[in-house]
Write a protein that binds this ligand. Sequence first.
Ligand SMILES: Cc1ncc(COP(=O)(O)O)c(C=O)c1O
Length: 407
Amino acid sequence: MSTQRSVSELRQDFKILDQEINGKPLIYFDSAASTQKPEQVVEAMRAYYYNDNANVHRGAHTLGDRATSGFEGARDKVVHFLNAASRKEIIWTKGTTEAMNLVANGLAPRLNKGDEIIVSRMEHHANIVPWQMLAERIGAVVKVLDVSENGDILVEQLDTLITAKTKILACTHVSNVLGTIIPIKEIVARAKANNVITVIDGAQATPHFKVDVQALDCDFYAFSAHKIFGPTGIGVLYGKEALLEEMPPYQGGGEMIERVSFEGTTFNQLPYKFEAGTPPISQAVGVGAALDYLNSADRKAMEAHEQALLTQAIELSKGIPGMRLIGESSNKVAVMSFLIEGLHPSDIGTLLDQQGIGIRTGHHCAMPLMEYLGVPGTARASFAFYNTAEEVERLFEALAKIQRMFT
Ligand SMILES: Cc1ncc(COP(=O)(O)O)c(C=O)c1O
């Protein structure tokens, strides 16, 4: 931590927010889908293309060296961001989705027919479908860890759910629909006690609070850069070195090999074994800049600001007749899913957009959770540190108007 600018100063770095939509000042309440990018991230990527662009790991000329140090330097920043034990444990991927597919593929040799994979009911499809595909391939079984009415994970259920056949437990750190912060440390401890490998989806946790993978003691942890104020097209898989060593490569090609011949190919060392082809270089530079940005700010103050916005929103929701919050855990990030009686969520989204307010509506890539909740979808307003109390007020003024006019 160094400069410690206030959250209102930090907002000035997000030029995109300074515009009108449908004649009204833009209010962006869809950061859970993708965050906006500060000027510093855009500038770092521009500078990379203007000054340093070349392929990495070739060492033949100065631009190649500069590109490599930008790319590998960003990996070191991720090591620090997650408190990983080594840079060998940080694999660049396209995002959380690719990270989950990589792990599911890599763990296949550990599984036998009839083995079990536990997945929570509140997972994003990215942490369900790869496990279903793996189960199908091996003849394994996917079992579901349930959710309580207010949106918490039923951790005690693990006592009966985990059996001698359970090999993997895949769980999100924060629900993208409910906002619930899951007690991952406790879940990992229960899994470890039974030799179950843990795969944690950190896509919605990393934007909101500091994560320490060694303290959590999880085996794998994934996140997407575009949700932490970085670029699209890149994300990270953290994995414990011993497990990554044992896993087969995910894709074959350049970069991931040590020696290729028609008699046989040997693979590169970690982390390169899992990074086939020319990697996302400018994006990694953008990730480095996003992490520098977060490190230079007071993350505790950002968190407190977001929590204040959430508290304000929950309070104001009581004034809208027929408004129902979905996900009322006492421990949650600033994500508010809701329904208004008599209104379809997608209509709420369209009507808010007419007021310049961008929210997300639909199933949020969590169809099993929607089915469990008995709803076709929800409206979701998600807040970041660059949002303001005035914006939350305007959201509720707009919702009150919509509620009066259309129900
Ligand atoms: C909890 C969670 N997991 C996984 C993902 C997938 O991330 P990506 O599309 O960046 O791979 C998302 C994206 O919305 C998410 O919210």
